[in-house]
Design a protein around this ligand. Structure first.
Ligand SMILES: Nc1ncnc2c1ncn2[C@@H]1O[C@H](COP(=O)(O)OP(=O)(O)OP(=O)(O)O)[C@@H](O)[C@H]1O
Ligand SMILES: [Mg+2]
Length: 288
């Protein structure tokens, strides 16, 4: 039998007035896996993750965290329990340096009493170390976040959640606004978070991105569950209806292969995952 899910919802219904945003939706999320949430605009994806992250409460149905029945009253409570959510706007401040953004709201301090102050050296060093562990090399922790690429910014937000001890990581369309290469970078960090045993929930419109890293797929349609599959229960062809940009995928696959070989000495598990991502994308490109 499988381990117990880190997060589980059963028969969730969510009404906004008379609008039924979710109807009888059930889902399980496991540690060390990527669970992908797919579906068209208005399918209920954001509503579901807002329930998981304490922004909304369900109208009906049950929520379990680490097997315990749970009622979340705020996003802060969810975060304290280890459920971190990275929204598309990221809540990073563009003009602030990387290290300040990383510790925003949880500033490390040193000294005592009236001598207490922000431990800047610790912050800078930690940011460099933590991002380094995720394979992100920042030369200068003073670099303003606004000058970094979209993919790097997503990666910093993911690294921050990992550092602050997230057990479940919810990503709302992290690859949506990105070009192919940067999307590849973010997919690598999703694989990294998975390798560090987080339970990752990855929302995307893009079945290629989902199939590249996903272990489990939930497709929502007009507030209802269209299907739940584990990776071995659904083929790419079944999931990927429309296919465009085969060339782009081939290029991405090559990028990832190169990155995987760079990382090979670092962490075998991560490298293996990255290789899997690259291979999957390569096959997508070849088949379509
Ligand atoms: N606060 C709200 N008040 C009223 N209706 C809402 C609210 N939030 C969502 N809805 C409705 O619930 C349904 C599901 O919306 P939701 O945002 O969860 O979809 P989604 O799958 O995230 O779509 P997208 O891919 O466009 O982000 C929609 O019909 C939407 O209009
Ligand atoms: Mg949404």
């Amino acid at each position: 039998m499988m381990a117990e899910p880190i997060l589980e919802v059963q028969n969730i219904t969510k009404m906004f007035g008379s609008v039924i945003a979710l109807s009888d939706v059930s889902a399980k999320v496991y540690s060390g896996e990527v669970t992908c949430l797919l579906g068209d605009n208005g399918a209920g994806k954001s509503t579901l993750i807002k329930i998981l992250s304490g922004v909304h409460q369900q109208t009906d149905g049950d929520y379990f965290f680490e097997g315990q029945s749970t009622t979340l009253s705020s996003p802060r409570q969810a975060l304290n329990m280890g459920i971190a959510t990275v929204y598309q706007d990221l809540s990073l401040i563009p003009l602030m340096p990387v290290w300040r953004n990383f510790f925003l709201g949880s500033e490390p301090e040193k000294g005592w009493g009236p001598f207490r102050r922000y431990d800047i050296d610790f912050a800078k060093q930690t940011v460099q170390e933590e991002l380094g562990k995720m394979g992100i090399d920042i030369r200068d922790p003073d670099q303003p976040v606004g000058t970094m690429s979209g993919g790097e910014r997503q990666s910093i937000a993911i690294a921050r959640a990992v550092y602050f001890g997230a057990k479940a990581l919810i990503l709302d369309e992290p690859t949506a606004a990105l070009g192919v290469k940067q999307a590849g970078t973010v997919l690598r960090y999703i694989a990294q978070a998975k390798a560090r045993n987080l339970g990752v929930i990855f929302i995307t419109h893009n079945p290629h991105h989902a199939y590249a890293v996903g272990d489990r797929f939930i497709i929502l349609k007009r507030g209802k569950t269209l299907g739940i599959w584990s990776r071995d229960e659904i083929t790419r062809e079944e999931m990927i209806r429309s296919m465009s940009g085969a060339d782009e995928l081939e290029a991405l696959s090559h990028e990832l292969d190169v990155l995987a070989s760079v990382d090979a000495g670092q962490d075998e598990r991560v490298a293996a995952l990255e290789h899997q991502v690259a291979k999957s994308l390569e096959e997508d490109a070849g088949n379509n």
